[in-house]
Design a binder for this molecule. Structure first.
Ligand SMILES: Cc1ncc(COP(=O)(O)O)c(/C=N/[C@@H](Cc2ccccc2)C(=O)O)c1O
Length: 458
């Protein structure tokens, strides 16, 4: 009999988590203005709000913390990180930042100006926010299959080359600073981009003289899907595939809080010395000197180890199998989810789940609140709230998919927790007809409203 899969690690430290009653949770939601970001972590039993910075570090990463070099300039830890980034990505120049959106802020301060357009697959919230904040426009060229949750296309993060070429033809080259490929594609459900598509995007972009950058938050998970799903890749190592991925780009931004396996950190990595020099000035203004950029030496040391661990097949097989385990349980219960299951999260289609809640009353947010009430599980809305209002018309932008994301932190929960989550969602699904009213906004900020929006029952 074949031996079953099991984690390639054992647990050496645990952190207590707390159960609560439904009555307590209903009160806490009211106090939180029905925004799950406002809950105290001690009021959350299983936290699926994000996979960003919420994973567990390894013993070797904790050991690396003790060796951190906190020198202001020329830190040994920076050198370790720089060598690791170059070895994995091939990019020569490195600028650390305190997290991913800081890397976007620095790089876009150099490359993005008012009136520009930035095509790509689906840009995620802070990335789009940093483009629109500069009065530029993000253009989503994702393949149409990505928006049919039942279509089993293996690479739903792919860019439609006709859509991309139309952008290149309809806008002057000077107003297209770069094409951005997000790997994996968070907004379409943690869906990967194939090597073939990356290669074709790079060739088309070279033809029009447009640079290509990667938003690389979950690049290792993308490489895993390439190895498992793309013809001819099955015998290559994750690290070999990563090197080829980045060979199709001119640079990258990175939120190390995901596939860096650390709790804080980000970076920019580039081949262009000119862009590096210009971005260095903004790093000094916004983040810190260019050999630490808002990160402590110890965090850079832990990140150097984390990047090596995150690009190992055994770890990725374990991490992604757990997400798939939860996704398959929900599919077994008949719950509408984005398929194939994403790399870092399971995404529930709230429009199919709650047909009686109108889009104007934020069905995905409504479902997330019901799941919390049911079992103390925190999720996040990836739908109209996250999509923000149109910068010009200030009208709600209704995305094709109205999703509740169950983001699974790395090396943190067991499959018992996955079973608990699946049962809780099944319970809500069985009473979905009773849920007919959603929520309305009582206050929201100008941009990136989903983090701080305040709501009340409609
Ligand atoms: C593809 C991609 N590119 C850049 C960044 C910015 O990186 P950073 O500034 O956060 O380090 C992110 C952040 N993604 C977080 C954001 C979030 C959303 C909801 C709840 C909590 C957090 C998430 O998906 O969970 C990302 O996904």
């Amino acid at each position: 009999m074949n031996l079953p899969y099991a984690e390639p690690f054992r647990i050496k430290m645990v952190e207590e988590i707390y159960q609560s009653t439904r009555a307590e949770r209903e009160q806490w939601l009211k106090e939180a203005n029905y925004n799950l970001f406002n809950l105290k972590s001690s009021h959350v039993y299983i936290d699926l709000l994000t996979d960003s910075g919420t994973g567990a570090m390894s013993d070797r990463q904790w050991a690396a913390l003790m060796t951190g070099d906190e020198s202001y300039a020329g830190s040994r830890s920076f050198e370790q990180l720089q060598n690791t980034v170059e070895r994995i990505t091939g990019f020569k120049y490195l600028l650390p930042t305190h997290q991913g959106r800081a890397a976007e802020n620095v790089l876009f301060s150099v490359l993005v100006k008012e009136g520009d357009v930035v095509p790509g697959n689906s840009h995620f919230d802070t990335t789009k926010g940093h483009i629109e904040f500069r009065k530029a426009h993000a253009i989503d060229c994702t393949i149409d299959e990505a928006f049919d949750i039942n279509d089993l296309h293996p690479f739903k993060g792919n860019i439609n080359l006709e859509k991309l070429e139309a952008v290149y033809k309809n806008h002057p080259k000077e107003s297209i600073p770069f094409c951005l490929i997000t790997i994996t594609c968070n907004s379409s459900g943690g869906q990967p981009v194939s090597l073939e598509n990356m290669k074709a995007v790079k060739a088309l972009s070279d033809q029009y003289g447009i640079p290509v950058f990667f938003d690389s938050a979950r690049f290792a998970e993308n490489a895993y899907f390439i190895k498992k799903r793309e013809q001819g890749q099955e015998n290559r190592s994750i690290k070999e595939i990563c090197k080829e991925i980045f060979s199709y780009g001119d640079g990258m931004t990175m939120s190390s809080k995901k596939d860096g396996l650390v709790n804080i950190g980000g970076f920019i990595a580039l081949n262009s010395e000119e862009i590096f020099r210009k971005a260095s000035n903004f790093t000094i203004i916004y983040e810190g000197f260019i050999t630490y950029g808002g990160m402590a030496g110890r965090d850079m040391a832990a990140l150097a180890v984390g990047l090596d661990e995150a690009t190992e097949f055994a770890y990725l097989e374990s991490r992604i199998s757990q997400v798939e385990y939860l996704g398959n349980k929900l599919i077994e219960y008949g719950i509408p989810v984005q398929k194939p299951i994403g790399g870092h999260a399971v995404f529930i289609d709230s429009l199919n789940f709650l047909p009686n809640v109108s889009r104007e009353e934020y069905p995905a947010q409504t479902l997330g609140l019901e799941i919390y009430k049911e079992a103390g599980i925190r999720t996040v809305e990836i739908g109209t709230l996250l999509a923000d209002r149109d910068p010009e018309t200030r009208q709600n932008r209704y995305p094709k998919l109205e999703l509740v994301r169950l983001a699974i932190p790395r090396r943190t929960y067991t499959n018992n927790h996955m079973d608990y989550i699946a049962t809780a969602i099944k319970n809500v699904y069985e009473r979905r007809e009773e849920i007919a009213k959603g929520y309305k906004i009582t206050w929201e900020p100008e941009i990136l409203r989903h983090f701080t929006v305040q709501l009340e029952k409609a």
